[in-house]
Write a protein that binds this ligand. Sequence first.
Ligand code: SAM
Length: 258
Amino acid sequence: MGEVRELYARFDPVSYHRTYYAEVDAEMQFFLEQLHVIFAEGLPGCVGRHVLEVGCGPTITAVLSASRWSEHITMADFVPANREAVSAWLTEAEGHLDWTPHLRHVAALEGGGLTPGELAKRVRVKVEHVQPADVLSDQPLGETASNRYDVVVSSLCLEFASSDLDQYRRAVLAVSTLVKPGGYLIMQGALGNTFYQLDDVRFPSVSLTPGAVLEALTAADCSPVRLHEIPRLCPPSKMADHTGCFFVAARKMQKCDQ
Ligand SMILES: C[S@@+](CC[C@H](N)C(=O)[O-])C[C@H]1O[C@@H](n2cnc3c(N)ncnc32)[C@H](O)[C@@H]1O
């Protein structure tokens, strides 16, 4: 098992939530707004409405807007404690993580009088599965999942799961195999980041440039249709050394024989 995967045995969902999700900071606003726009505009050419989020961690933030467009959502992560945290929120188990600020933010983006409670209910209806995934495997969800999803979303995962740029490219390629031809791979992440800190654990990251992200997508037969980047907007006290953030949506090309 790779070193980074071993380190993730020490990932604490409660600490992650407290450290990075206590509020909707400016960078989180950027991510939530990009996801809102892409799902509000719809995804041209998609036939089905199956969404996968891979590397969800203990969070539900990246599927809030997806739940407007999608009929079926699967969430997946490597760490059992993260999957348990998501499942606890879905089933409203006692002590589940509180996502009220994020629900409030996305409900306001959608407008039309949508309340945070109604949004939470919609997400709980649409998320059908929470399952294991390993983005460092050629088949991140196992053998049967290829080409199954209309949209695959991954937030702050692939650059954090990988040890170097080659492995990042392989992870992008592996995740792209889950997308149906003509479907979309949506990634949001950190630029220029080499680590983030969670209590006494320092989690590494591959330092990305927008060019490296685009190169990895192109090598995976995914054609970028939207790319936005922002400079770092959070204070130096945030315990990660990123210089900016990116959001990219790429369309998986149709194969000639399809
Ligand atoms: C920085 S956290 C991001 C969590 C969440 N997606 C977010 O946006 O806040 C990195 C996530 O990648 C997951 N991860 C790390 N290695 C992985 C792997 N090999 N396969 C799948 N997920 C992995 C971790 O469990 C963790 O949830």
